[in-house]
Design a protein around this ligand. Structure first.
Ligand SMILES: [Fe+2]
Length: 212
């Protein structure tokens, strides 16, 4: 069982803006399945050349404008860098579950976070990489309503945790614990969701790292 906690300076240099820009310039990596855009209210279209192996990859000028306007997160990124891969492995080993890495970017402080206060169906470990984010966490919701997962909640109790996360800081948020992230500056963070207790699969991501 994952317990709520906050650790200052837990892991430095997990991911930088520079490393992220390298990744998002690799067009084949920016498949529409991997790029999750919150509050997108328009259809995004682009042209492909005859050489594009995957027609569902978003070109860089669109990624750029979405990054400037909206909250974006990239899923299936647990092998994006060696540090992220290694970090995911430590969590897999500690909790015995499958772990992904979701890279969150918010560069527009004017927009309201689309999730607001909400709870998830998976345990999460979140590492702040760049900028500052305020995180509030409230005590576990009981009973859990399936319909409420990932929807905005109105919280009237005091949070059990209220912290400003700076680069290197990490927070552990168990499933069904409402939480709210408010970007105080442009921010980059990586969230590591764990598969549920019920999923007892012994399959693990191959964490070997190729060096040549
Ligand atoms: Fe969440």
């Amino acid at each position: 069982m994952l317990e709520t906690k906050f650790v200052k300076g837990y892991f430095h240099n997990l991911l930088s803006w520079d490393e992220l820009s390298y990744l998002i310039n690799i067009r084949p990596l920016m498949s529409s399945k991997r790029v999750q855009i919150l509050n997108l209210d328009k259809r995004v279209e682009w042209d492909n050349t005859i050489w594009n192996a995957d027609l569902n990859c978003i070109p860089p000028s669109i990624i750029r404008s979405l990054l400037d306007e909206l909250v974006i997160y990239f899923v299936d990124m647990s092998r994006a860098t060696r540090n992220i891969n290694d970090f995911a492995k430590t969590i897999e080993d500690e909790y015995g579950r499958q772990v992904d890495a979701h890279i969150y970017v918010c560069r527009n402080l004017e927009i309201e976070h689309p999730f607001g206060a909400h709870y998830d169906s998976s345990d999460n470990v979140i590492v702040q990489c760049e900028g500052m984010t305020n995180f509030k966490v409230w005590d576990e919701v009981k009973p859990v309503s399936r319909d409420e997962i990932n929807t905005k909640l109105l919280m009237d109790s005091e949070p059990i945790l209220d912290v400003n996360m700076e680069p290197g800081d990490a927070i552990w948020i168990p499933k069904h614990y409402p939480h709210q992230a408010t970007s105080l500056t442009s921010r980059l963070s990586v969230s590591f969701p764990l598969s549920s207790n019920a999923d007892t699969s012994s399959v693990r991501e191959d964490r070997n790292w190729i060096t040549l």
